[in-house]
Design a protein around this ligand. Structure first.
Ligand code: MN
Length: 545
């Protein structure tokens, strides 16, 4: 490995260069030792921390789909939820534990016996279950949340870990993780005491959270180095970090922690999460991979070709768009707009690109399907995009494809993905969109007629409204008789051009639940109606499942 000119050339006993965070005090640096693995465990908390994002609530099927995709991405641990928080969360964690193979399946719990019992009940049948229990250890959390002394807090942590460990005893692969919440603002000597005691009690992963996103990289790296230097039994546990992005430092702080010996990073797809979000999975993974000169063999097991696909899936399912300039996964992350840059990239790609877009799963396909494309070409293209389907599903998709191809002539990958999202539903369709007719103009109030198929046959209703979409929603309300409060409406064009497919994403409120609906069509009123019907089907599923 080549050290850069600004780094002092420090070497260990074997003459190997020592990895440095060069802003920290060299004497306390945790150097790479032979006992420490170079593997960074990726702990994904999209389904727990990110699911807490306002308006991001997912239904069980959506959580299961994301968990399966996370397994394809090859994350090491999936934090599937917080089972005691609601029966819905319990069910989702249990289904994920029972059905998703590969990663460890983790359930969160406070240091409360009942929480831990319920967390364990949800994951006990997983091949690799993990109980993650936490308590706030900083003065501000002890004073403001648990209202306990240092000694009481310590005892709660030890008892919780010991109890979790006892539940895991009969399982060959079960593990216990402990988090001293708000570790970054906890008195260091007390933090060391808590870490040592919880390792003694049986925790094999100790997670150090910067819960409020307050730490600076040099400071956070030092915090990790000090834990290695001051906790005598630290070799019996993996040190993990959980950083928040309130000051935009989550990835930088996680990197500083890795350089000082942390070997698990808790992160989320698209950096979603409470407030400003968590460490972004795609950024931490690609930093480590792209800057191997700094990481010297430290690596993750992530299947990076799934990075863009899962980013899009999470964005769509949670109804939270990715900012266009977001590193790695933003729409502009690989777009070169200035003439000099375009010219450079065409002549030699690495002039302005440090990551090859196809490495992270961005498929710039030159294959464009047309109305003359056969079923096989469609099947082949969808397989390349990661969609597998039954012959019956393919028939349905092909019909839809032909309808779009007739209007659009050239059908791009993004169009196909929109069609797939629109046609392949994860829940039963009690209401199915059939047709729409709009009468609109400058001097008349718009009237929309909608036909919806139900068990009783096709029902047609018409309504006027403030605009054709409003009229369509009123007509659908008359059919479904499930009036909902619309809280968000977004429309985006999937590809370029006047004939592009429009994809509509809406959010509705139902008894405090936020529900997302999607619809796609070359006609935006039709896409809007489909999105509303999708949301209604989800409400029916939620209420009566
Ligand atoms: Mn968090």
């Amino acid at each position: 490995m080549g050290l850069t000119a600004t780094e002092p050339d420090l070497r260990d006993a074997e003459g190997e260069p020592i990895l440095l965070n060069h802003k920290t005090n060299h004497t306390n640096i945790q150097k790479e030792s032979n006992v420490m693995s170079d593997k960074i465990f990726i702990f994904d908390t999209t389904l727990r921390d990110a699911e807490q994002t306002p308006g991001a609530a997912l239904n069980l099927e959506e959580k299961l789909e994301i968990a399966k995709h996370l397994a394809k991405l090859n994350v090491d641990i999936i934090e599937a939820g917080f089972p005691v928080s609601s029966p819905g969360d319990f069910d989702a964690v249990e289904r994920i534990a029972n059905e998703v193979e590969g990663p460890e399946i983790c359930a969160l719990s406070r240091v409360v016996e009942k929480d831990i019992t319920i967390a364990w009940r949800a994951i006990k049948d997983a091949l690799k279950p993990r109980i993650h229990t936490f308590v706030g250890t900083s003065p501000i959390h002890r004073g403001g949340i648990t209202r306990t002394s240092r000694e009481e807090t310590l005892k709660m942590a030890i008892d919780a870990v010991a109890y979790a460990k006892s539940l895991c005893a009969g399982h060959p692969n079960a593990t216990v993780e402990f988090s001293p919440m708000d570790a970054a603002r906890t008195e260091p000597s007390y933090l060391h005491e808590v870490v040592e005691a919880t390792i003694d009690a049986g925790a094999t992963v100790i997670n150090i959270p910067d819960t409020v996103g307050y730490a600076m990289p040099s400071e956070f790296g030092q915090l990790i180095a000090d834990i290695f230097a001051n906790v005598p039994n630290i070799d019996k546990a993996i040190i993990s970090v959980h950083c928040h992005n309130d000051l935009g430092m989550a990835v930088a702080n996680s990197i500083a922690a890795i350089k000082n010996g942390a070997r698990q990073v808790e992160c989320t797809v698209n950096g979603l999460g409470e407030r400003a979000g968590n460490t972004s999975l795609e950024e931490i993974v690609m930093v480590i991979r792209t800057r191997q000169d700094h990481f010297k063999g430290v690596h993750t097991g992530i299947n990076i070709k799934e990075i863009i696909p899962i980013s899009r899936r999470v964005s769509r399912t949670m109804g939270i768009p990715v900012q266009p300039n977001k590193a790695i996964v933003g729409a502009n992350a690989f777009a070169h707009s200035s003439g000099i840059h375009q010219d450079g990239v065409i002549k030699q790609r690495d002039t302005f690109e440090i990551i090859a877009p196809e490495d992270v799963g961005l498929k710039e396909s030159l294959i464009v399907l047309s109305p003359r494309s056969g079923r096989n070409a469609l099947k082949h293209r969808l397989a390349a995009l990661g969609y597998e389907m039954t012959p019956e599903q393919l028939d349905k998709i092909y019909e839809r494809f032909l309808a779009v191809a007739d209007k659009k002539k050239a059908v791009h990958d993004a169009d196909l993905e929109a069609i797939m999202r629109d046609e392949v539903r994860s829940i039963p369709e009690v209401f199915h969109f059939e047709y729409i007719q709009v009468v609109s103009g400058t001097k008349i109030s718009p009237t929309t007629t909608v036909g919806v198929r139900t068990e009783a046959g096709v029902i047609e209703e018409a309504s006027t409204g403030d605009g054709p979409v409003d009229a369509a929603y009123k007509a659908i309300d008359r059919i479904a008789k499930i009036p909902l409060t619309l809280t968000d409406y977004q429309i985006r064009s999937v590809t370029e051009g006047k004939d592009a497919i429009g994809e509509v994403t809406i959010k509705v409120q139902d008894n405090g639940h936020s529900i997302i609906g999607h619809g796609a069509s070359t006609d935006i009123i039709e896409a809007s109606a489909k999105a509303y019907i999708d949301a209604i089907n989800k409400v029916v599923h939620l209420r009566y499942e």
